[in-house]
Design a binder for this molecule. Structure first.
Ligand SMILES: [Mg+2]
Length: 368
């Protein structure tokens, strides 16, 4: 029998992601509190805050807050309010996720700015190796994309996520298997990932304030209050027990974006660039990935992004759908007369994956 190797999971969270990306492309807002908003469009200030940078957080402006509240908190101060540009954030995120995936044995993206990397095999259970890798990853993201991230390292997804929360922004926190219980013990129960406000209140009313208080209360007592399943879940959270695997998933979409040589309204120049991007994307598709939807992405000189999509008969060659792209380009230009474009891109989605014999696979299996 071999001794069981320690699992090592990295949790990577991009710091104040939307705001960081905006600061990067709009140098004028650097050093100022910035708030990225989803405007619902009903009135000028209706909608909610999507992300605020750390300076805006110091003013109490947080994600989820109504824009009108945020404006009140910002009163008299030089706070920048910006609309979300998801297409742009997705583009940056995709590049970072590709970079992260290269470092993992198994990789799971959980949101636009968060991912788990299982590095147990490549680090053969050695935490020093994982820490070095985390530093390299942070440096690479900083160098290539100019933004910072916070990394937590631990023996499970749950512990790595908790570790990552400890130091932000630009943090790196390692919790080794033997440190897990001590790391969690003094945390208020409401800080444990997955324990919501209602459960926190119930626990507090039983005199359970910290993680250590949970096992101290005893499983039978917890079962009486919460039922069997939830009681053991609470105990696992307090002790940092989590066996859930990092689940490798196939991509939902693939895209390529590029900057035009000069700003243009010329359909032929745009078409030529799109055709280059299709050839480039084909290297990735390798006739093994088919798609059902194509999108044209346009970014104008005011950094406004628009996307136009079309559903097509399934194809696995990006160049074969160039006529459809031509139609999308012409439609965009006729609907936006005189709009100068700076960058253009393509995206394919509704993906399906084929095996070596060209047969379609329902779902690719990564976990053996
Ligand atoms: Mg984040």
């Amino acid at each position: 029998m071999f001794a069981k190797m320690d699992r090592i999971i990295l949790h990577v969270d991009l710091d104040a992601f939307y705001a960081s990306v905006e600061e990067l492309r709009r140098p004028d807002i650097r050093g100022k509190p910035a708030v990225v908003c989803v405007y619902s469009g009903r009135t000028q200030d209706s909608g909610a805050v999507a992300t605020s940078n750390y300076l805006a957080r110091e003013l109490g402006i947080r994600a989820g807050m109504p824009i009108a509240f945020a404006k009140r908190a910002a009163k008299g101060k030089d706070v920048v309010f910006l609309p979300v540009d998801m297409e742009h954030y997705r583009e940056v995120s995709e590049r970072i996720m590709d970079l992260l995936e290269e470092h993992a044995d198994r990789f799971q993206q959980v949101s636009i700015d968060e991912a788990y990397l299982d590095v147990s095999d490549r680090c053969t259970g050695n935490y020093q190796c994982a820490e070095k890798m985390a530093r390299d990853i942070k440096e690479e993201i900083k160098e290539h994309e100019g933004i910072t991230c916070s990394v937590g390292i631990g023996p499970s997804k749950y512990v790595s996520k908790m570790a990552g929360k400890k130091r932000k922004p630009d943090g790196l926190t390692v919790v080794r298997p033997e440190e897990v219980v001590d790391f969690l013990r003094n945390l208020p129960v409401g800080k444990l990932h997955g324990i919501g406000a209602k459960t926190e209140e119930e626990l507090n009313s039983l005199g359970i304030k910290t993680a250590a208080d949970i096992p101290a209360y005893g499983l039978p007592g917890l079962e009486k209050e919460f039922g069997k399943n939830k009681a053991s879940l609470l105990r696992d959270k307090a002790l940092g027990i989590d066996d859930s695997p990092v689940e490798q998933k196939d991509k939902q979409q693939l895209s390529r974006i590029a900057t035009l040589k000069e700003d243009t309204t010329d359909a032929d120049i745009i078409y030529k660039k799109i055709s280059d991007l299709c050839s480039d994307l084909n290297k990735k598709l390798q006739n093994k990935i088919a798609f059902r939807t194509i999108s044209l992405i346009t970014i104008d000189t005011h950094l406004q992004t628009q996307t136009r999509s079309e559903t097509i008969p399934e194809a696995d060659d990006a160049c074969s759908v160039l006529p459809s792209y031509r139609t999308l380009i012409d439609r965009f230009l006729s609907e936006n007369p005189g709009k100068m474009l700076r960058r253009v891109g393509i995206r394919v989605s509704g993906l399906s994956f084929k095996d070596a014999k060209g047969k379609k696979e329902q779902k690719r299996l990564f976990d053996y």
